[in-house]
Design a protein around this ligand. Structure first.
Ligand SMILES: Cc1ncc(C[n+]2csc(CCOP(=O)(O)OP(=O)(O)O)c2C)c(N)n1
Ligand code: SF4
Ligand SMILES: [Mg+2]
Length: 283
């Protein structure tokens, strides 16, 4: 299986130079590795929200559901409940996940279903012309707020850690190699994996596009018993408000714990037999 099998012939309508192209490339690289290691392409399912990020649905040759804004996680969970043996990926925006989809984000950590959520974070509702999201910086002037955003951004990495997510990572869209390695590990992780990719939007919230020199890679925490407290402390290094503070990227936390599919007897039965509900009656 090669990377080209993951491409489609759909016309691409992202702005020329948009960092979503880089995210798409990193995802293809990671999925190529996942497929090389034995997962069949047809065993991978994806869900997207609505937004610039969500157009990835048209450009990635993976089955799934082009979903509703804010509802990536419940849709992904539905797929997982339908067949717990699928590798399920969610692609969502920062507006999508941290505004309308916020309740799902918190509970996804608690449930620990074995799936991967990739958030394309450009700190704006870009498709709808750049309104502030819950992670936009204070004073961000946009069409909906001519006096600027009044609120301080929330910190999704910290929130995911506090919600019980068992794999938490942040990447820089411009570092394709690092991002693809992290996505590959997130997919391999048995449990809910949250990967936030910081990306530039070339049209809206350009004030937050000067972060390149601020990113630094943290020590890889996989295969180690990572202390939650230590990860939370690290998550506090950047508050999403500053474009001068250093920004840690990499795996903040990775811990094995029982997944939803393992806790739920019927689902664990399907997992153990590597079948879906429709095959159950014959087994
Ligand atoms: C249920 C619902 N709520 C709101 C919208 C309007 N809407 C569509 S795209 C969008 C902004 C998307 O922003 P984000 O999730 O950050 O993605 P980006 O465009 O920045 O990639 C909004 C608010 C919608 N289509 N459906
Ligand atoms: S508006 Fe921004 S996020 Fe959307 S395609 Fe253009 S550059 Fe990319
Ligand atoms: Mg956005």
């Amino acid at each position: 299986m090669t990377k080209t099998n993951l491409s489609t012939k759909q016309e691409n309508t992202w702005c020329p130079g948009c960092t979503n192209f880089l995210i798409l490339e990193a995802v293809k690289k990671a999925l190529s590795k996942t497929i090389e290691k034995g997962t069949k392409q047809e065993e991978i399912a994806m869900v997207t929200g609505i937004g610039c990020h969500a157009k990835i649905f048209d450009y990635l040759n993976i089955s799934g559901i082009y979903g509703l804004h804010g509802r990536v996680l419940p849709t992904a969970l539905g797929i997982k409940l339908g067949n717990p043996n699928l590798t399920v990926l969610g692609f969502a925006g920062d507006g999508d996940t941290y505004a309308e989809g916020m309740a799902h984000f918190i509970h996804a950590g608690r449930y620990n279903s074995d799936m991967t959520l990739i958030v394309h974070n450009n700190q704006a509702f870009s498709l709808t012309t750049g309104q502030a999201t819950p992670v936009s910086q204070e004073h961000y002037v946009n069409k909906a707020e001519p006096l600027g955003e009044f609120n301080h951004p929330l910190n999704p990495i910290k929130l995911a850690l506090c919600s019980g997510a068992s794999f938490v990572a942040r990447c820089n869209a411009k570092d394709i190699e690092h991002t693809s390695q992290i996505i590959e590990k997130a997919i391999e992780h048995n449990g809910f994996s949250f990967v936030e990719i910081i990306q530039n939007c070339l049209i809206f919230n350009k004030e937050m596009n000067e972060l390149d020199n601020l990113f630094y890679k943290i020590e890889n925490k996989e295969n180690k018993k990572t202390e939650l407290k230590e990860a939370i402390k690290l998550s506090d290094k950047w508050d999403y408000n500053s474009n001068t503070e250093k920004i840690p990227i990499g795996i903040f936390y990775s811990q094995e714990k029982p997944t939803l599919e393992e806790k739920w007897p019927q689902l664990s039965k399907l997992k153990n037999k590597k079948i879906s509900w429709k095959d159950l009656k014959n087994n």
